[in-house]
Design a protein around this ligand. Structure first.
Ligand code: ADP
Length: 534
């Protein structure tokens, strides 16, 4: 073998080796790209796909054979988008992670991030593009979810902020309202015609309205903030503070004549919140005018009653003389007429006496003279004197005394007799013929009281009128309809008499089923002490 031949042979071997190396390299690149999880696509200058790796086949669903030779738009839905990218690549030499969508074989849109670089041959001539396509479905989903969460959270925060703002606005409105309410209340208090004082739990005056200053001629800043005992030295206030120093919690009402031209009615209301007392409200109502009118009325009634009494007494005795025949014989007809006139006159005298009693009660001149009395005797006497009238009215009247042990009791006999008589008279007046009247007297050992009661089977008192029974001039609608005689003054007088004796008076009744009137008088020590005052 010559030198030339052997050189030729050596070059041939070298070439084969280079070829083998190139094949190795190609295989290596193929294997490498097929193994690579990133989808890669090689494109020539007219944008025809030359090669795709396994990852892009997986992503698009096209096999390498199906897609090789197809235009790039086949896998990119937006032609403009991919064209733009390639142009940009040309200009800048390469681009990274631009977002586009890939359309799969099954027509599914897949969001991807595309990086492109230009391919050049050894001489630097442009021969196409490399596209690296990363599936960003998950990233996008995560991103979207994240965005959604951020949006929701922002929304929530925004809502919370709005809610907070609303709350703040509401609080501010409430505060304004409370302020307005407070101002309103203060204006009302300041202009109230009644005097108002608020005492706190330590009897310190925490509020006094201007009317208090006017009533007592003292500037209110001299009393506000001070305790009741501290202001006793203010002479104008002495009467009031003496009253307030006593136990005045709860509801209490008292009339106070501050001076000749001023009478106040003092009421107190204890103020409490959830059962806890935090002070007392004292209301001072000017009743000077009412008192004056009342006084004038009482004086007028008293005067008229006295004036009426004299002629009525004259009429009484004239009629009596006529009836007794002192002025000559009278016939039956004349007698009947005179009898009727006499009875009417008697009723008129009784009414005048009632009116006089009332004026005396109101003027505080109803004098009580007490004597130790056996109440049973007194009741017996009144019942016996009522028997004729009961028989006339066809009523059964019965008196029962429980037990023998009935202590004597110090009472104004005349006045108590009046009460017993009134109860029995009413029972007779308001019980139709054939009815029953039961009178009881019993001693209650435990409370040391004597209880008197008159029970009848009469018309009773309508429920809605019962609260007014002991008031002046009250007459039940049912008895007015019955055309019975009466002035509505008896029970008012009775109540005053019993209460002046320190006793209690009450009744129980059901319309059309009758009524029972009661009084109790105490025989205990308290009563003896009470009587000492008379
Ligand atoms: P008068 O009997 O003169 O009307 P009273 O003051 O004694 O006045 O009684 C007031 C009213 O109370 C009566 O008019 C009557 O309506 C009612 N009343 C009193 N006692 C009875 C009674 N026993 N039964 C029914 N109503 C009664």
């Amino acid at each position: 073998m010559n030198k030339f031949n052997s050189e030729k042979e050596t070059t041939g071997i070298k070439l084969r080796r280079v070829e083998e190396d190139l094949e190795d390299l190609e295989r290596y690149i193929k294997e490498f790209t097929s193994f690579l999880p990133l989808a890669i696509c090689t494109v020539n200058p007219p944008k025809i796909i030359i090669d795709i790796n396994q990852a892009l086949q997986n992503l698009t669903g096209y096999s390498a054979i199906e897609i090789t030779g197809e235009p790039l738009e086949k896998i990119f839905s937006e032609k403009k988008g991919i064209d733009g990218l390639l142009k940009k690549t040309q200009k800048e030499g390469g681009i990274k992670n631009e977002e586009l969508s890939v359309v799969s074989k099954s027509n599914k849109q897949i969001p991807v991030a595309v990086s492109v670089s230009t391919r050049k041959d050894v001489a630097g001539k442009f021969i196409g593009y490399f596209l690296a396509i990363a599936d960003i479905t998950e990233t996008k989903k995560t991103h979207e979810e994240l965005e959604k969460r951020v949006r929701t959270r922002t929304q929530q925060l925004d809502n919370s902020r709005k809610a907070l703002m609303n709350i703040l606005e509401d609080v501010e409105n409430e505060r304004k309202k409370a302020e307005e309410e407070k101002n309103k209340t203060l204006t009302i208090i300041a202009n109230f015609s009644d005097g108002l004082l608020v005492l706190d739990e330590n009897s310190r005056i925490s509020l006094a309205n201007p009317q208090i200053g006017k009533f007592f001629n003292v500037p209110i800043n001299r009393i506000v903030g001070r305790s009741v005992s501290e202001i006793t030295e203010i002479t104008e206030l002495a009467l009031l503070t003496n009253l307030l120093k006593k136990e005045i919690r709860g509801i209490f009402r008292k009339e106070l004549e501050i001076r000749k031209d001023l009478t106040l009615e003092i009421s107190t209301i204890s103020m409490s919140n959830q059962g806890k007392e935090f002070g007392v409200l004292v209301i001072l109502h000017d009743i000077t005018r009412e008192k004056t009118v009342e006084k004038i009325k009482t004086e007028f009634v008293s005067l008229s009653a006295h004036q009426l009494r004299t002629p009525l007494a004259a009429i009484k005795w004239t009629l009596r003389m006529l009836l007794d025949g002192d002025l000559g014989e009278i016939n039956k007809e004349q007698r009947e007429i005179l009898e009727k006139s006499y009875q009417s006159n008697e009723r008129m005298i009784a009414l005048i006496n009632d009116l006089l009693d009332i004026t005396r009660i109101e003027e505080g001149k109803y004098i009580y003279r007490t004597v130790l009395t056996d109440l049973a005797d007194l009741v017996h006497f009144v019942v016996n004197s009522s028997k004729d009238e009961a028989a006339k009215r066809n009523l059964k009247i019965e008196f029962k005394k429980a037990g023998d042990k009935m202590p004597k009791i110090a009472v104004d006999v005349e006045k108590i007799r009046l009460v017993i008589q009134n109860f029995i008279d009413n029972a007779m007046k308001y019980t139709p013929a054939g009815g029953k009247i039961n009178i009881f007297l019993r001693y209650l050992e435990e409370s040391k009281e004597i209880e008197f009661s008159v029970k009848d089977s009469g018309v009773g008192i309508p429920l809605d009128q019962q609260p007014r029974v002991f008031t002046k001039f009250f007459r039940g609608a049912n008895v007015v309809r019955m055309d019975t005689e009466g002035s509505g003054l008896g029970l008012f007088i009775c109540k005053n008499i019993i209460e002046a004796h320190g006793g209690k008076v009450w009744f129980e009744s059901k319309e059309n089923e009758g009524a029972t009137f009661y009084f109790t008088l105490s025989v205990g020590k308290e009563f003896e002490e009470f009587l000492k005052e008379f």
